[in-house]
Ligand binder design. Structure first.
Ligand code: PMM
Length: 371
């Protein structure tokens, strides 16, 4: 993993914003699955499928994943599990529990032991209604934990809307930039992403936490989320980020208070058809509490009571070929993605997965990313 690659490596040789930078366009490969080694990613990253996977697992079953991941994540063929550590006093689920560095580190080590493939460190709550924190406050929360986790050998993602925090976290060894605003909150973010040369998660977002619930207005939520994500991709690539580095996320719960989340989950194939790997973050979110829906069995349990429902979403996401699920309760989703992997290897989804990759490739050749 090149934390500070030389400048010539950082743009990975792709023309900023060029049409040829769309995944698969030049090679006709499966969505989000580079076959060529991007410049600047050579260290530790195998160009060919590892032998143990080549034997048992057809390449088209592998979830699309971004280029530039460090090992062992780069070689992973199943959906990855991202454990959440919010170093905040006020996140909706784990706020206040991991503010002390030692407690946060302990929690992350537990998640790694339970099967987390990477840890997402955030220092600013995005729960509905949350107020923003200062950049200094966020840096002080995030960077010490990123530094310690990297020293332990963990793969770390930084969950931030601030370019300065993303840059400092990458300098401290973070391997992924996860921006819930998809670059909208900070105009400097796309440039930092391009310079960092690491995978970037662009999430669908319609405004800060104090405004987002009022922006839950859609005609066709899937089409609108897809179209708005496309705009974020265009802006990000125009700033010099390599297409192979991009991961998309429908932003469950963000400007989607309840019912709007379900069509997105039901149509992950339409989001995959945009041609980028997907990250799904459903963990413990409000829409999973059927107090808001018709089923009284699970009603009113609060965030930690939604872990079983979260693991169910992890199965759905993995069966749909998502690259990653972002969760608080790691053990259940670590099992869930393995169940999905075994079921996919044994079942007819092999064909479904091939069809999805084929149709995404066809659409890109038609010049449209839209499903
Ligand atoms: N959700 C939250 C925070 N960060 N990042 C991505 N990529 N996707 C998400 O859905 C997402 C996120 C809010 O949940 P939290 O407060 O439990 O972290």
């Amino acid at each position: 993993m090149l934390v500070n690659p030389p400048p010539e490596a950082r743009t990975r040789g792709l023309a900023p914003g060029s049409a040829a930078a769309w995944p698969g366009q030049a090679t006709g490969r499966a969505a989000g699955q580079p076959t060529e080694q991007p410049a600047g990613l050579a260290a530790g990253q195998p160009a060919e499928q590892p032998a143990e996977l080549a034997a048992g697992q057809p390449a088209e079953l592998a979830p699309g994943r971004p280029a530039g991941l460090p090992e062992p994540l780069a070689a992973l063929r199943r959906t990855a599990v991202m454990g959440i550590c919010n170093v905040t006093p006020d996140s909706f689920s784990d706020g206040g529990r991991h503010l002390e560095l030692a407690a946060a580190l302990d929690h992350c080590q537990q998640m790694l032991a339970q099967g987390a493939d990477l840890i997402d460190v955030g220092g600013e709550s995005t729960r509905p209604g949350a107020a923003r924190v200062s950049a200094d406050e966020e840096l002080g929360r995030v960077i010490p934990l990123v530094t310690d986790l990297v020293a332990l050998g963990a793969v770390v993602s930084v969950d931030t809307m601030r370019a300065a925090v993303a840059a400092a976290a990458v300098d401290a060894g973070a391997s992924v930039i996860n921006d819930v605003s998809g670059g909208l909150a900070d105009p400097a973010m796309a440039g930092v992403m391009a310079a960092a040369g690491v995978p970037v998660v662009l999430m669908h977002w319609r405004g800060h936490s104090d405004q987002m619930d009022g922006r839950d207005r859609y005609g066709d939520v899937v089409a609108e989320v897809a179209a708005e994500l496309e705009l974020r991709v265009e802006a990000t690539l125009a700033a010099g980020v390599a297409a192979e580095a991009v991961v998309l996320d429908p932003g469950l719960g963000f400007a989607k208070a309840g019912a709007s989340n379900w069509p997105l989950l039901a149509n992950l194939d339409r989001l995959s058809a945009l041609g980028f790997p997907l990250l799904i973050g459903a963990s413990r979110k409000r829409f999973l509490d059927p107090a808001r829906g018709p089923d009284p069995l699970l009603a009113g349990r609060g965030p930690a009571g939604r872990d079983a429902a979260t693991a169910a979403v992890s199965v759905l996401a993995a069966m749909a070929g998502a690259w990653c699920v972002r969760v608080h309760a790691v053990a259940a989703s670590a099992a869930a993605v393995r169940v999905a992997e075994l079921a996919q290897l044994a079942g007819p989804n092999r064909d479904r997965s091939s069809n999805r990759a084929r149709s995404a490739s066809n659409r890109r050749q038609d010049g449209s990313m839209m499903a």
